[in-house]
Ligand binder design. Structure first.
Ligand SMILES: Cc1ncc(COP(=O)(O)O)c(C=O)c1O
Length: 396
């Protein structure tokens, strides 16, 4: 019998570690939030049972929460390629971005410019727009090329001596397009601006190394890569050291990153994220995840080749992660989502996918369907999805 890819990779055992994947329901909604292995939930529960305390006391449970936080900083640093003191935890990307953008802007003046990308999720745009209202800053949008990829020439044209930040999503949560982050950072630095990376969508699919791309700030959300609902950021030490934090005065200034994380950390969620990093390592990390997911993406693209399914964004796997925005020609997106749900497949229909610049550019009527593949999806699930989509075409 022919073996499938999923039976021949170390990912074979991964699915068994998720109770939620044992029901026969196929989840293609990971861009909105992934499934979570049982061991992550167990780590959260264990922390609540055995480590309910705060930092700074002289007894065992307090020592345990200290150890959880230090372990989370060390593991997050490894995940992002930075030092533990450059890690900042928060509620989610959007909250961290509102907080950190306000912090950096304490040093900005009226007329200073922020560049954002038209591929961005609004969590990467709205904080700068609100700041611009408060401080008379100017926000400019970097356009997209015809094929929906990032327009580096437009960035070049919009950079100026007043540019303070170039903020961009490393990968689009709507259409999966990936940006050359190292190139954007180099261009930002050429005018003395900060490279500010939204890695929320990228982080589930590709390895991150903030030194390689020379980012100044990078933010992601573990709930997109099999972790609990939490936000996680990196800030370059030399940059963070220049910022005055918004913090309660008695709260410690060290380690560096913690001064920007207000209040008591969610220790139980940090215990969960520690288990997430262990899970990802145990299945072979991105060396295994990346090629496997890309093969799933290619299988999907080959499957819809017969036509009747409109794909927005890049046509192949080059320059993208396996996240696809589609419409079945002649069928409302909401109807597609309903019909797939009835066949035990999870996708959503939505209008903008929170990517307002992109939504204006793509120009589809009303809504589109987003499909995201992640390492726990299987070839069999992709085939089921493709067959169902092709059957939905009105002529069938
Ligand atoms: C690319 C991107 N940026 C930002 C966000 C917002 O993240 P959070 O929900 O952690 O605030 C999302 C969420 O879907 C996203 O996909």
């Amino acid at each position: 019998m022919a073996q499938t890819l999923s039976e021949t990779t170390p990912l074979e055992g991964a699915r068994k570690r998720f109770a939620s994947l044992q029901t026969g329901f196929a989840f293609f909604d990971s861009p909105g939030g992934s499934q979570v292995p049982d061991e992550v939930g167990e780590a959260v529960a264990r922390a609540m049972r055995e480590a309910s305390a705060n930092l700074g006391a002289v007894y065992e449970t307090s020592h345990r929460v200290k150890a959880i936080l230090e372990e989370a900083e060390a593991k997050a640093a490894r995940f992002m390629g930075c030092e533990p003191r450059e890690v900042i935890f928060g509620a989610n990307m959007t909250t961290l971005n509102f907080a950190l953008s306000r912090t950096v802007a304490r040093g900005f003046s009226a007329g200073d410019e922020i560049l954002v990308s038209s591929l961005d999720h609004d969590g990467g745009v709205a904080p700068w727009l609100e700041l611009a209202r408060d401080k008379d800053l100017v926000v400019k949008h970097i356009e997209l090329r015809e094929d929906t990829s990032f327009d580096y020439q437009d960035l070049e044209a919009k950079l100026s001596p007043r540019t303070r930040v170039v903020a961009f999503a490393w990968a689009s949560n709507a259409i999966g397009t990936v940006v050359d982050a190292a190139r954007v950072s180099r261009m930002a630095h050429s005018v003395g601006a900060l490279a500010w990376v939204d890695a929320v969508h990228y982080a589930a699919h590709e390895p991150i190394n903030v030194r390689e791309i020379d980012a100044d700030v990078l933010i992601c959300s573990p709930y997109k890569f099999c972790g609990p609902h939490l936000g996680m950021a990196y800030g370059r030490a030399a940059v963070l050291e220049t910022w005055r934090p918004y913090k309660a005065r008695p709260a410690p200034m060290d380690p560096l990153g913690r001064r920007f994380a207000t209040g008591t950390p969610p220790f139980e969620l940090l215990a969960g994220v520690n288990a997430t990093f262990e899970y990802l390592d145990s299945i072979g990390g991105f060396d295994v995840i990346r090629p496997y997911e890309r093969a799933l993406g290619q299988r999907f693209l080959d499957g819809i080749a017969p036509g009747g399914v409109s794909l927005y964004g890049l046509r192949g796997m080059e320059g993208r992660v396996p996240t696809f925005l589609i419409n079945v020609d002649g069928v409302e997106a909401s109807e597609v989502a309903l019909r797939l749900a009835a066949q035990r497949m999870g996708v959503w229909a939505h209008d903008s996918w929170y990517s307002l610049g992109l939504y204006r550019r793509l120009g589809y009527e009303r809504e589109a369907v987003r499909l995201g593949f992640i390492h726990y999806n299987t070839e069999e699930e992709v085939d089921r999805l493709v067959a169902a989509l092709l059957r939905l075409r009105p002529s069938q």
